[in-house]
Design a protein around this ligand. Structure first.
Ligand code: KIV
Length: 270
């Protein structure tokens, strides 16, 4: 079975893709319109990422976005999606306090948005929360490596786990997440060699962003891929469009047409 044959992508389907060596495609979406387009294009997984905090709201980090705001984005995405598995980020502050709070946050996302799974950042330090969410029957995806909710601890967005101690913790955390029952792990901005090793060491799918080609799938922020974000140019990003300039050009043409009284013409009115 090829991934396009799945009428609905499930966590089990992702496992099957890993087992037969088919790469998993994953992109972010935060609204109905883009979610509809990428689902129609047969993306496997849609992540309602807390990167909405940067991309949609203009914050400098993912920290300010709230649980209510994540649910709003997830509801909009879910309305558009027929096929993809929709995973929603638990935002900063909604799961680190204690496992009960984590479970309540995950339940709100699932109940109020209709999403299929949640993702949260961290390994051993959030294991209790992960276990409690899983015990309620909610699929959980882990996220290791560069975890943007900890950016003020890291200080920079540079590659993580280059030093052996951090690499070793990442290896251990990946195994812990698998043993706890996570259905997948995102690895962000770590050396490709380490990502390949971790991918081989676990049976669950590993999705990379800036983690090289040896992982089971790739995720990017849609707005980066289509060139709506202009300033963000990390080495791992492949841009397929330059929509910032295209949209700006279209708006400039519209303004010129309005000013010159070219728009609307005789056919564009009643
Ligand atoms: O929020 C997000 O967009 C993410 C991806 C970078 C994986 O977590």
């Amino acid at each position: 079975m090829a991934s396009n044959d799945y009428k609905k992508v499930t966590t089990h389907a992702l496992l099957e893709m890993k087992q037969r060596g088919e790469k998993i495609s994953m992109l972010t979406a935060y609204d109905y319109s883009f979610a509809q387009i990428i689902d129609d294009a047969n993306i496997d997984v849609i992540l309602v990422g807390d990167s909405a905090s940067n991309v949609m709201a203009g914050h400098i980090s993912t920290l300010p976005i709230t649980l209510d705001q994540m649910i709003y984005h997830a509801q909009s995405v879910i309305r558009a999606v027929d096929r993809a598995l929709v995973v929603v980020d638990l935002p900063f502050g909604s799961y680190q306090g204690n496992s009960k709070e984590a479970l309540n946050s995950a339940i709100r996302i699932m109940k109020e948005s209709g999403a299929h799974a949640v993702k949260l950042e961290g390994g051993a330090e959030v294991l209790e929360s992960i276990t409690r969410i899983l015990s309620a029957g909610i699929p959980v995806m882990g996220h290791l490596g560069l975890t943007p909710q900890s950016i003020f601890k890291f200080g920079t967005y540079t590659v993580r786990a280059k030093e052996e101690a951090e690499a070793e913790k990442l290896r251990t955390d990946a195994k812990l997440l698998e043993e706890a029952g996570c259905f997948g792990i995102v690895l962000e901005k770590i050396p490709a060699k380490l990502a390949t090793e971790v991918t081989k060491s676990v049976e669950i799918p590993v999705i990379g962003i800036g983690a090289g080609a040896g992982v089971d799938g790739q995720v990017l922020v849609l707005h980066d891929l289509i060139g709506l974000t202009k300033e963000f140019n990390p080495r791992f990003l492949r841009r397929y469009l330059n929509l910032y300039d295209d949209v700006k050009g279209a708006v400039e043409s519209y303004i010129a047409d309005v000013k010159s009284k070219d728009f609307p013409n005789d056919e564009e009115q009643y």
